[in-house]
Structures are given as structure tokens and as C-alpha cells.
Design a binder for this molecule. Structure first.
Ligand code: GUN
Length: 287
């Protein structure tokens, strides 16, 4: 069996084409959708991710601005910028790129973002709303993963889903979404005993642990749907996921490549959330 490739670039193009008309419709009402990205320090991976987010927005006609602070910036400096962006009617989404330098209190900083501009969905209230099944914003990477299932009409009710990685960015919110869709969810992590046996039970396997080619073919149930969230840079400079793509694709029914799988979808759903935020703001202002 050779897996179908879940092409994140193609699906992104399709979804982004659908945004165009909504962006134009807002523009016709005098609203330019706007995203602000805050980056603290110059982590090389963050630099690339932020650049990709900004470029994708600009191409789509979404205003985007980057606010770069040195690694030694104080909490107060970044707080003040968030307060300014909260008050700016031209900004509908505020994203603080993670990770932050260790000296910065990440929780306090994220909580400073206006709930209606928290397009990552990282604020405690927004995490809670998602857990209750009534999200204000769905975190971008899990949202993009759910779009892959939608796009292939993959039913989730009753499916065995295994997630490897319990991060606040991917694993935990995705567990909420998959449970909401009726899957039976197992959330594995670095302390899980016999990880391979959990993976082998998975009809849907999502891997987000940041270790190159960690999931091997012997850990895959034949016909499984495999979603690889990892983006690892190898010593030779090439990118590689958390899954041994070449071997696993011979066993799985669907698989995402790296690059070109989950990565573009994360950016697409950031655009979707920013656009949704702009539409809500317009409705509030019109009321
Ligand atoms: N770092 C890695 N992924 C993400 C994400 O989705 N949002 C933010 N803000 N930072 C990240």
C-alpha cells in the first residue's frame, strides 16, 4: 500500500483562495484585516516562521506587521507593545511567537493579549472555551490538522486517535478537538511507557515531539492516517519530520510530508483566525 499524500500547500492554496473574497468584502467596507506578530530575540527557527507568516499575509492582502524585540528586552517593554496593539483598531490579531526567552513570564504576557485578538487561542479563557466545545479561536496547528481530515472526508467518530506530544500549542488543543469529533484519544508524551504499543493501535497518529524520524514503520498500524507536525533541521541543512516518511508512507493510508504538510496549514489557519476576528470586529462596530 502506498499512502495518499496530504498536501498542505495545495489545501492551503484552496483555502486561501476562499479568503480572498472575504478580505475584499471587508475592504469594501473600509476594513483592512490586520495581524501583528511580536518576536523576542532571534531564535533562527522563529525568524523563519515569523517571516513566512508575514509574507503569507501580505500576499493575501492582510496587513501584517512585525515587532521585533532584542532577547534582553524587559517584560514591561513587550507588555507596553501589547497594550498599544490591543487598543489599535487596525489590528485584529496579535501573535507572540514562542518560545520566548526564559527571563520572560510567558503566561503573564499571553494573558495581556485582548481575548478578541488572541488568534493563537493561547489565553486561559480561550483554552477553556475550546475544552468546553465552544472555541473563540482554534489554535492554528490543530485547526490545520482538522482541515486535513475535513478535506478528505475522514470520519473521526469512534476512531482510535493517538497524539504524541502534550504541548499547549499542539497536543492538548488537538486532543480537545479530536474528542469533540468523537474520537477515542490517547495523549502520549516523553514519560509514556511503551510508546510504540500505543502508536501501533492508532488509526490516526499525530506526532509532535521534535525528534527527527522518531516514529518508525514498525510503530504504524497498516492503513493508519499519519500526521507529522515535526520540523527538524538535520546537520546537512535539510528539513525532516518526526516520522520516517519514506518507510511509513508504504504502510499508512494518508501521510503529511515535511516540508509541505502541516507547516503551510498552520499559517493558513492563522490567516483564517485573523480574518474571522476582523469580521467579528466589523459586526461589533456595526451593531
Ligand atoms: N511557535 C511554534 N508554533 C507556534 C504557534 O502556533 N504560535 C506561536 N505563537 N508560536 C509558535
Amino acid at each position: 500500500m502506498m499512502a495518499n499524500i496530504l498536501d498542505g500547500k495545495a489545501l492551503s492554496q484552496k483555502l486561501r483562495a476562499g479568503f480572498k473574497q472575504r478580505i475584499e468584502s471587508l475592504a469594501a467596507r473600509g476594513v483592512r484585516t490586520g495581524l501583528a506578530v511580536i518576536q523576542v530575540g532571534n531564535d533562527p527557527a522563529s525568524q523563519i516562521y515569523v517571516r513566512n507568516k508575514i509574507n503569507a499575509c501580505e500576499q493575501a492582502g492582510i496587513h501584517s506587521e512585525k515587532h521585533l524585540f532584542p532577547a534582553k528586552a524587559t517584560q514591561r517593554q513587550v507588555f507596553d507593545k501589547i497594550a498599544e496593539l490591543n487598543a489599535d483598531p487596525a489590528i485584529h490579531g496579535i501573535l507572540v511567537q514562542l518560545p520566548l526567552p526564559a527571563e520572560i513570564d510567558q503566561h503573564a504576557l499571553l494573558e495581556a493579549i485582548d481575548l478578541e485578538k488572541d488568534v493563537d487561542g493561547f489565553r486561559a479563557e480561550n483554552v477553556g472555551a475550546l475544552a468546553l466545545g465552544n472555541p473563540r479561536f482554534i489554535p492554528c496547528t490543530p485547526y490545520g490538522i482538522m482541515k486535513f481530515f475535513d478535506s478528505e472526508n475522514i470520519g473521526l467518530a469512534g476512531k482510535e486517535a493517538v497524539i504524541v506530544g502534550r504541548s499547549n500549542i499542539v497536543g492538548k488543543p488537538l486532543a480537545s478537538l479530536l474528542m469533540g469529533a468523537g474520537a477515542t484519544v490517547t495523549l502520549c508524551h516523553s514519560k509514556t511507557c511503551d510508546l510504540a504499543s500505543h502508536c501501533r493501535r492508532a488509526e490516526i497518529l499525530v506526532v509532535a515531539i521534535g525528534r527527527p524520524a522518531f516514529v518508525t514503520a514498525d510503530m504504524i498500524k497498516p492503513g493508519a492516517i499519519v500526521i507529522d507536525v515535526g520540523i527538524n533541521r538535520l546537520p546537512d541543512g535539510t528539513l525532516c519530520g518526526d516520522v520516517d516518511f519514506e518507510r511509513v508512507k508504504e504502510i499508512a493510508s494518508f501521510i503529511t510530508p515535511v516540508p509541505g504538510g502541516v507547516g503551510p496549514m498552520t499559517i493558513t489557519m492563522l490567516m483564517a483566525n485573523t480574518l474571522q476576528s476582523a469580521e467579528r470586529a466589523r459586526r461589533r462596530n456595526a451593531a
